[in-house]
Design a protein around this ligand. Structure first.
Ligand SMILES: Cc1ncc(COP(=O)(O)O)c(C=O)c1O
Length: 378
């Protein structure tokens, strides 16, 4: 049987291939391969898309988090509150600074539980970093209320949330700054590594511009110790093309998610993702919970269905963070996701027929393992 890939970038790029090649050709001809006009043009377009005054492009999402935190004043010895369920980069960028990631549990929407945040605040807390995980907006208002009470910055990790909306505002426009990833598989992906910081604060933007370029204030004049985090021009050019198609791709993801939901609702043994009222998820990941997840994943793959797991370990239980002193059981919701989550194929252009195949395979697999009545799938 012809399977269904987890992600099909080739299919997504096919209709825009000529536009992308034309943009890349422009870069080849320009002789300007790092930053330059293509990146500057994309920064302007992306800031307008997010609804912020500034966008500063860098070479990855991890670099974007690093710079956003530094620009917001996070220093060695400070603490940054992060969700216990996220991609590890959220915490690692905190560690780059010599600051300490302080984990809190997630809520039933798989994003930072605002009720857990206040208890995690100490005199050392400098920032709170909610993650719009899977493309679903975190409860930013509730988190901001706590942050404002203590005068702490909110920095959004928007790496998975291009175009997501929370109470009428775009993710990435609500905190002091936000970090984005343009890793190829992201909803807005480059043809290599890429990232950006968005902000309404000119001081943060200026600091990021300086820090991404070895701390250069003026040519040959290094005012702070910085990094080589510059975006290459090919990525800026490709992203400029792809941004023009992002709304259409997001609609395709939303309609795929709706199809999954319609066909899988009520199936015993499959827990569908909860959607936060008043917000728009952009379905970077369609995450469902199942028992015996690893066996389900193996059986799905045997049927040529490309599934993935986001993420198989919670932040606090990685060996590299043993020094934080957490234990299994500390963040039960995050650990539940780590143990039970499986990501179904989701990409712009996924067809109804492909979704049907995935649904049949997951229902069949779960029912074989748990003895369900298969007729419950629609
Ligand atoms: C939530 C989250 N934060 C940060 C990152 C890091 O981005 P990058 O891979 O571009 O460094 C990613 C993606 O990989 C992510 O999913």
């Amino acid at each position: 049987m012809k399977g269904v890939p987890f992600l099909d970038l080739e299919a997504q790029h096919h209709p825009v291939k000529d536009e992308i090649k034309e943009a890349l050709g422009r870069v080849v001809d320009s002789g300007c391969y790092v930053l330059g006009p293509e990146v500057a043009a994309f920064e302007e377009q992306f800031a307008a898309f997010v609804g912020t005054q500034h966008a500063v492009c860098v070479n990855s999402g991890t670099s974007a988090i690093h710079l956003a935190l530094l620009a917001a004043g996070v220093c060695e010895g400070d603490e940054v509150i992060v969700p216990a369920m996220t991609f590890i980069a959220t915490a690692m960028a905190v560690t780059y600074i010599g600051a300490k990631p302080v984990c809190v549990d997630v809520d039933r929407f798989c994003t930072m539980n605002p009720e857990a945040v206040e208890d995690a605040i100490t005199p050392k807390t400098k920032a709170i970093m909610p993650v719009h995980l899977y493309g679903q907006p975190a409860d930013v208002d509730a988190i901001t209320n706590v942050a404002e009470k203590y005068g702490i910055a909110v920095i959004e990790d928007a790496a998975q949330a291009h175009g997501a909306v929370y109470k009428g505002r775009r993710c990435g426009s609500m905190g002091k700054a936000a970090a984005w990833s343009f890793y190829p598989g992201k909803n807005l992906g480059a043809l290599g590594e890429g990232g950006a910081v968005t902000t309404n604060d000119p001081d943060i933007a200026e600091k990021c511009v300086t820090l991404r370029d070895w701390g250069q204030g003026a040519k040959g004049w290094h005012v702070v110790k910085g990094f080589n985090y510059r975006m290459d021009a090919f990525q800026g050019a490709a992203l400029g093309v792809k941004l023009r198609h992002l709304d259409e791709w997001t609609e395709q993801r939303i309609s795929a998610a709706r199809m999954y939901r319609d066909k899988l609702s009520g199936v015993p043994g499959i827990e569908l993702p909860a959607s936060r009222e008043g917000s728009r998820s952009v379905w970077h990941i369609f995450a469902v919970m199942v028992e015996n997840r690893d066996t389900v994943a193996t059986m799905m793959r045997e049927q040529n269905i490309g599934v993935s797991i986001h993420y198989p370990n919670a932040v606090h239980l990685h060996p590299c963070y043993r020094d934080l002193g957490y234990n299994a059981g500390d963040f039960p919701n995050a650990e539940n996701i780590a143990n039970n989550e499986i990501s179904l194929p989701m990409f712009p252009g996924i067809t109804g027929e492909q979704i049907e195949k995935v649904v049949n395979a997951v229902v069949e697999t779960v029912s074989r393992l748990h003895g369900n009545d298969r007729s419950t799938a629609r």
